[in-house]
Design a protein around this ligand. Structure first.
Ligand SMILES: Cc1ncc(COP(=O)(O)O)c(C=O)c1O
Length: 391
């Protein structure tokens, strides 16, 4: 008999009642150190007092009015995002998937309004993940995600990841945009080299092609910069954001330059809930905290420490681990054994990590994790690896 919750997830037998910073707590009081942060969502930890205050203050006043009216919190968050990024304008969504949908629509509408309606092709890369809508699965194109859901939305060309020759060969007069994750998340924590991102930006400039960056997982301070593309010193034309921006409250956004957004006029897109007062009250507080240079400096410092300790862990357990990947606090441990087994051994040590493709486990802790908690996390990983070696 089917479960009352549609069985699309293989859930771990863990159930949490509350959270405190980097910790999740079960009803019986068992505490788990959370290196997953809800898959890069709880950027400021669980039950962050600043965010609880922002949410509850708004909850007592007004939950929803609709985008038919002005929403002051939305305006405040849009102003903050524009002030801190390349963007001139922002549309708020409820998820990364919705951000992907709008990014695709925006790129196509841009060329339509420019009098080139055939310029609809979007170049994407194998192993990407952009969400689960029909558009987002067509964009990423992975066999596992698209099988059985056809016919797929046309207009995407999937290129081998980080193959610059293939990208150059694929760019044509029908290319509307190039879309990529600066750090591939679900696909196994793979960092696009800065030099290639710079070259892609230059190729897009030469051809007028729009560059769409999916920073749903790698954005909002995770790399030690507000957004991952800053590491490479480039800017996109359109950027998808979600996850960390709401700190755990559902919120996403599409950021764009005035030029890239020029096709999106009144009536061309919308959302009932996107940018609602509750989500934006939290989002604005998240931005105010994460965008502070001192906060990002701390992320960088802790990331350096974490990486160094993980390198030591890999050296100590060569039969379990192969290497460390990633940037900032978006880290991956490449495993020599099934990553699901490593994640499970972590559970036994009351430690939460997240599996990814390419035999990698993801380490995406709350950005507020302390140095003591990092040391504790690596101790627990060490014990989990020992458990696997002796089992
Ligand atoms: C890079 C990337 N893009 C898009 C998405 C989809 O976001 P959501 O699950 O909020 O729809 C995800 C989710 O994991 C993601 O990692």
């Amino acid at each position: 008999m089917i479960t009352t919750v549609l069985p699309t997830y293989n859930r771990a037998p863990l159930s949490f009642e509350r959270g405190e910073g980097s910790w999740l707590v079960e009803a019986d009081g068992s505490r788990y150190l959370d290196l997953g942060a809800g898959i890069a969502v709880n950027a400021l930890g669980h039950a962050n007092p600043d965010l609880v205050a922002a949410l509850t203050e708004q909850a007592g006043k007004l939950w929803h009015t609709s985008n038919l009216y002005q929403i002051p919190n939305q305006q405040r968050l849009a102003d903050l995002l524009v002030a801190h990024t390349f963007a001139d304008t922002v549309f708020f969504t409820n998820s990364g998937t919705e951000s992907a949908e709008l990014a695709i629509k925006m790129a196509r509408k841009y060329w339509y309004e420019k009098g080139q309606p055939d310029r609809i092709e979007i170049l994407t890369f194998e192993g990407s993940f952009h969400g689960r809508s029909t558009g987002a699965i067509a964009a990423a194109g992975g066999e596992k995600m698209v099988k059985g859901f056809g016919p797929l939305m046309p207009g995407f060309t999937h290129l081998p990841w980080n193959d610059m020759a293939a990208l150059k060969a694929a760019l044509s007069e029908t290319t509307a945009a190039v879309m990529l994750e600066p750090i591939v998340g679900e696909g196994g924590i793979k960092v696009w080299p800065d030099t290639d991102l710079k070259e892609i930006r230059a190729l897009c400039d030469q051809t007028g092609t729009l560059l769409i960056l999916d920073e749903v997982q790698c954005g909002m301070g995770r790399t030690g910069r507000l957004f991952a593309h800053e590491v490479a010193g480039i800017t996109p034309d359109i950027m998808m954001v979600a996850k960390g921006i709401g700190g755990g409250f559902p919120l996403g956004a599409v950021l764009a330059t005035e030029n890239a957004a020029s096709g999106m006029v009144a009536g061309s897109h919308g959302s009932t809930y996107g940018g609602n007062p509750l989500a934006c009250a939290v989002g604005a507080r998240v931005m105010e905290i994460i965008a502070q240079p001192a906060f990002l400096d701390a992320v960088n410092r802790k990331a350096g420490l974490f990486r160094q300790k993980l390198e030591g862990l890999v050296a100590a357990h060569p039969d379990v681990f192969e290497g460390v990947r990633g940037t900032g606090l978006m880290l991956g441990l490449k495993c020599k054994i099934a990553p699901a087994d490593v994640v499970k051994a972590g559970y036994a040590e009351h430690l939460l990590t997240v599996p990814a493709a390419e035999n990698v486990i993801r380490i995406l802790p709350p950005l507020i994790i302390t140095e003591e908690e990092i040391a504790e996390a690596v101790d627990r990983l060490d014990r989990a690896a020992t458990r696997l070696e002796t089992s």
